[in-house]
Design a binder for this molecule. Structure first.
Ligand SMILES: Cc1cc2nc3c(=O)[nH]c(=O)nc-3n(C[C@H](O)[C@H](O)[C@H](O)COP(=O)(O)O)c2cc1C
Length: 615
């Protein structure tokens, strides 16, 4: 049992709640619902942290906390509350006026599982000081284990003159963007110049070369920008684009930076700017394009993929469910791109609902799909660099069951990964298979797992961090029904016994996650830095399909957040009608027309400005 001592009486109630979480699943769900209702109806500022995780990440904040502090839930979920003790977003340390003995007392109370009550100085996101009368109350389960801590804050203005704040709190992305701008760097470095003179700091007695190549080039992009704020000299050194290239290579890997360089089509990239834009996502922009040519006869449910700067479209469902077997290419490298039907020998049998993936740099690979009377599990490959290109079947041994509306992705350039989909008689599948198309006689390899996420169709699979996969959404089987899902799962295929893990979502009883609305047939893109973007798809109700969400699956406590995008957005975006170019651009085909596929209209979503042009 817990002891209640120290700051309050031994018998202090724990917020009028039963101090235990019932052990059965249903009871846990009910308890959590009651907890949620209590939190939502409370008139004071509230925070709940997960006491079973390292460093007490926040799993809930109420709207009063958001209003008073200026921090939005999505910015702080997963973090420890101590950021309130730092003045502004980019302060590295607790402010000196925050009473260290009170902080130690908080730490002791949390460690010993006892209630804390006391007052300390905190700061809003914009740097203004606040007095915080804080009460921390542990929540225990049947065994006396502390599972959560509830923090109640009574905030009041603190009338202390601290001088101007260098916190750059505006809107989320404005903040991050302003942080990186030269103007701010200059203003800040002028203030700090005197303190950081070479004579008082051993680090600054090093030569420019040593600081640049032995220090700056080895740290993370955000550390380089922080160092650039310290003084004029470091600010000047962090302007060197070669240093930034090394920083990007360290952070994202050589392959990713080469892809970015190639994606720029020979235009010189400013690595500092690219690092900033891909980190903050401040430059995300939609643009609408018109292209010539025609994809005829009319069809829907085709699949597309990008091979370099060329888009390839294969198959689809024609009028009266006619299965299409033709191939079209749109070359975005020419001044006036046009859809062109290419005559390719021995095409795969006509179909829809298949996957189309790019492997080996220039290969287009078809897997699965259906036509009226048949489901497929065959694999066809076409090398777009071959003249003239032709389709050929790859007969992989031990193939997966035939299926449609499955998901597919490319691992390590040459491996096709497929998962789930709808099999014979509409049975949903939950398996996962790999085929290495680069070897002579490829064999399908099923990934054996002890547990799989519920079977589903219309979900996405994206690769991040080498051999890790993130699965999101789809129409998933739950009991005897099928529901749109907003859950994300991960699996690391480099492990000897890969295991699916629940990453983030809302279907787990008691979950307080705020994922994108449930959907299927959406678009998922892995960014260079390993985060995954989601938008589009089919959702229930009136949620906007063009809202973009991002999650970092490698984060200690992954949480979704929304990304603001400028420009004209498409009304619709479907996974199979969207091509991802490099890691910085997605092309959505026919984004205005919903089910009518107008393929002369394209929408491009650029994640960074420098690589924004189509042709
Ligand atoms: C539920 C909860 C709410 C908290 N709320 C606040 C808060 O509003 N302001 C604050 O300064 N610290 C708050 N803290 C305390 C810090 O998160 C942290 O525990 C404290 O600074 C001591 O740890 P440290 O010395 O490692 O920083 C809260 C802690 C918990 C568990």
């Amino acid at each position: 049992m817990a002891r209640y001592s120290g700051c309050v009486e031994e018998s202090a109630p724990i917020m009028h709640m039963q101090p235990h979480i019932l052990s059965s699943f249903a009871a846990e769900w009910e308890t959590n619902m009651r907890l949620r209702m209590l939190l939502h109806s409370s008139p004071c500022s509230l925070v709940v942290t997960d006491a079973l995780e390292l460093d007490h990440p926040i799993i809930y904040v109420n709207s009063i906390f958001e209003e008073v502090t200026g921090y939005k839930a999505e910015e702080i979920l997963g973090r420890n509350c101590r950021f309130l003790q730092k003045r502004g977003l980019f302060a590295q340390r607790r402010h000196p006026l925050v009473d260290a003995s009170t902080v130690s007392e908080i730490k002791r109370c949390i460690r010993e599982g006892i209630v804390f009550q006391g007052e300390l100085l905190n700061f809003r996101k914009d740097g203004t000081p606040l007095r915080n009368k804080l009460c921390l109350t542990p929540v225990l389960d049947d065994n006396g284990t502390i599972t959560h801590v509830i923090g109640m804050q009574l905030f009041a203005e603190a009338n202390i003159d601290l001088g101007p704040s260098y916190s750059l709190a505006q809107k989320d992305q404005d903040t991050a963007s302003a942080y990186w701008t030269n103007g701010i760097c200059k203003a800040y470095s002028e203030v700090q110049e005197v303190e950081a003179s070479a004579s008082s700091c051993g680090f600054l007695q090093l030569s420019d070369e040593v600081i640049s190549y032995n220090i700056l080039a080895l740290v993370t992009p955000s550390d380089v920008s922080s160092l650039g704020l310290v003084c004029r000299r470091l600010n000047r050194l962090t302007k060197n684009d070669d240093i930034w290239k090394s920083v990007c290579e360290n952070a994202w890997g050589r392959e990713a930076t080469e892809t970015l360089e190639a994606g720029a089509g020979g235009r010189r990239l400013e690595w500092s700017r690219l690092a900033r834009e891909l980190t903050t996502l401040e430059a995300v922009t939609w643009r609408k394009w018109k292209v010539g040519g025609a994809v005829e006869p009319f069809r829907c449910n085709f699949s597309t993929c990008a091979v370099g700067n060329k888009l390839v479209l294969f198959g689809g469902e024609g009028v009266n469910m006619q299965p299409m077997d033709d191939t079209f290419v749109l070359d975005l490298d020419v001044p006036h791109p046009e859809w062109t039907r290419i005559d390719v020998r021995s095409p795969p049998p006509g179909r829809w609902g298949h996957s189309l993936s790019c492997l080996n740099g220039s290969w287009v690979v078809v897997f699965g799909g259906e036509r009226r009377d048949r489901l497929f599990n065959d694999v066809f490959v076409m090398d777009l660099n071959e003249q003239p290109p032709s389709w050929r079947e790859i007969r992989g041994a031990a193939p997966p069951l035939p299926r449609v509306w499955h998901s597919a992705c490319t691992l390590e350039g040459t491996k096709l990964v497929i998962s789930g989909g709808s099999g014979v008689s509409g049975v949903l599948l939950s398996d996962i298979y790999i085929l290495d198309v680069s070897i002579g006689k490829p064999i399908w390899q099923e990934i054996q797992v002890s547990w799989s996420p519920p079977s589903r169709l219309g979900h996405t699979l994206t690769v991040y961090g080498g051999q890790k996969l993130l699965m999101f959404g789809g129409l998933a089987k739950s009991g005897s029904n099928r529901f749109r899902s907003s859950d994300a799962f991960t699996i690391d295929l480099s492990e000897r016994q890969p295991k699916w893990k629940y990453l983030v979502g809302s279907s787990r009883p008691g979950s307080l996650d705020m994922p994108p609305p449930p959907r299927l047939d959406h678009v998922a893109i892995t960014l260079t830095c390993g985060r995954v973007l989601i938008f589009g798809g089919s959702m229930a109700g009136s949620d906007s399909t063009s809202e973009i969400f991002v999650v970092d699956p490698a984060a200690e406590n992954p949480a979704w957040r929304m990304v603001n995008a400028a420009g004209e957005q498409p009304k619709y975006a479907w996974g199979r009608g969207t091509c991802v170019i490099g890691a910085t651009k997605a092309i959505v085909l026919g984004g205005q027309a919903g089910e009518e596929w107008v393929l002369n209209e394209l929408y491009s979503l650029s994640l960074a400005n420098k690589v924004d042009q189509l042709g």
